[in-house]
Write a protein that binds this ligand. Structure first.
Ligand SMILES: [Cu+2]
Length: 463
């Protein structure tokens, strides 16, 4: 908390020194969010129930930035600033973000909207905002030095353009990009179609999140910004399992998930229990002739993938990056593999020399999921999260898709653990319960160890 106060005090000192109160008063309110919980969908004022122009997105462990309407223009106010992000309960990281959080709030508009975005810089260095994937005038593209001067600390710039095409976009700095993105500066942008669109279906649930990664040494609290690939914290919206909210859907609903990747490696995002189609990319809606069923979609660096499925199979389904090292917590890369090493005889002497020494890993690392080992302050276990049947042995980029028949439309609350119907769960087989196997008849032509071509032509195959 002391650190948090230090960062907050530093930030407001910069702001007070450089932006006049009068100038700030004319800007739209810079709405702040401090909770890392998933916020309820944000509906524009006065637009409720039937007749609302779109079904709002749910940002996993994030929120949607409110706007004000000014003479037909939707006005937003982003504040780039140091923040403290709770990545998992008890694990807080000093990041840079927008309006109190990393990632920043989701910007949600409708195709054809004229959008005005004020960006106030409360960072200790200059920044810009690049609106990744948007069609816009060149001077609004946000590449510092190329399209505009940098936004100095304490200054406010304004961007203005029309949201010309519907889809999923991202925003991030194009100024000291390596550092600012490694510190967590990024957010999503969703532009809904203005009416019925031949390639954009009505979805009852619409989720979005960014894949992001950090390198935070266990026991420290600030990311190492010079690490290019060996990050140790693999996150969705700057959260790690079990800190990532589940995706909740009612049986039979169409679910859309928008995933952007602002890490430095690709992430094959895998969902159990259903098949989905990629219905859109950064470039827009995918033509129907170019869609096919998938259960894993690889999201490359700087890409966005929008997937859709019908939630027609009840249960708690795992959803995770399929790189198994990305569903781990802050493991040390230097830990040697101990599988097959029997070092029981060494434990006594080793513990006399190093009292904290513990035997681990010689039968695999599953024990780590339940191990109560003392961790340095401010980190989280390598594998964590428990289900109704014990440790899930996952961390990092993992959450669940919870499909329920008894859910109300628009209810996003976690429905708890799935109760499997009797007789539908894998179970222990004991002795006589296992039926005798039916064996295939013996092969009348047993292999003689030599490879043959089906034609019988043997040239070159003898050895
Ligand atoms: Cu991954």
């Amino acid at each position: 908390m002391q650190r948090r106060h230090f960062f907050a005090a530093g930030a407001s000192a910069v702001a007070a020194a450089s932006v006049s109160r009068v100038a700030m008063a004319a800007l739209p309110e810079a709405v702040q969010q401090t909770s890392a919980e998933t916020a309820a969908p944000w509906l524009p004022p006065g637009v409720t129930g039937a007749g609302r122009p779109y079904n709002p997105v749910i940002t996993l462990n994030g929120w949607t930035l409110p706007w004000r309407m000014n003479d037909g223009v939707k006005e937003f106010h982003l504040v780039a600033e140091p923040v403290v992000r709770e990545m998992a309960p008890g694990f807080n990281v000093n990041m840079w973000g927008y309006n109190g959080q990393s990632p920043g709030p989701t910007i949600e508009v409708v195709e054809g909207d004229r959008v005005r975005l004020f960006v106030t810089n409360r960072l200790p260095e200059h920044t810009t905002v690049h609106w990744h994937g948007q069609r816009l005038p060149n001077g609004m593209d946000g590449v510092g030095g190329l399209n505009q001067p940098q936004i100095a600390p304490g200054k406010t710039f304004v961007y203005e353009f029309v949201a010309r095409r519907p889809g999923t976009f991202m925003y991030h700095p194009h100024a000291d990009e390596m550092v600012q993105m490694a510190m967590g500066m990024m957010g999503m942008w969703v532009t809904h179609p203005k009416g019925k669109h031949p390639l954009i279906a009505e979805a009852q649930r619409d989720y979005c999140f960014l894949l992001n990664a950090f390198d935070v040494e266990p026991g420290s609290a600030t990311p190492q910004v010079n690490t290019m690939l060996d990050q140790n914290i693999w996150a969705w919206n700057s959260r790690v399992f079990p800190g990532i909210s589940p995706l909740v859907a009612r049986l039979g609903e169409r679910v859309r998930v928008r995933v952007g990747n602002l890490t430095m490696t690709n992430h094959p995002v895998h969902i159990h229990g259903i098949e989905f189609e990629v219905t859109g990319t950064d470039g827009g809606p995918t033509p129907k002739t170019a869609r096919w069923p998938e259960v894993t979609v690889d999201v490359a660096v700087g890409q966005m993938r929008q997937i859709e499925f019908i939630a027609d199979e009840p249960g708690d389904w795992a959803m995770h990056c399929h790189k198994s090292h990305h569903t781990m917590g802050a493991m040390g890369h230097a830990v040697p593999t101990m599988i097959g090493v029997d070092h029981r005889g060494l434990v006594g002497p080793l513990q006399r020399a190093a009292p904290d020494y513990m035997v681990m890993g010689e039968r695999g690392m599953a024990d780590m999921g339940e191990m109560q080992m003392e961790l340095p302050a401010n980190t989280f276990p390598m594998m964590t999260g428990t289900g109704p049947y014990g440790a899930i042995e996952m961390g990092g980029m993992f959450t669940t898709l919870k499909v329920r028949a008894d859910l109300k439309p628009g209810d996003y609350a976690d429905p708890g653990d799935f109760k499997q119907p009797p007789g539908t769960q894998a179970r222990l087989v004991e002795g006589a319960q296992a039926p005798a196997p039916v064996r295939a008849p013996a092969n009348p032509n047993p292999p003689d160890g030599r490879a043959r071509k089906p034609s019988g032509h043997q040239h070159g195959m003898e050895h």
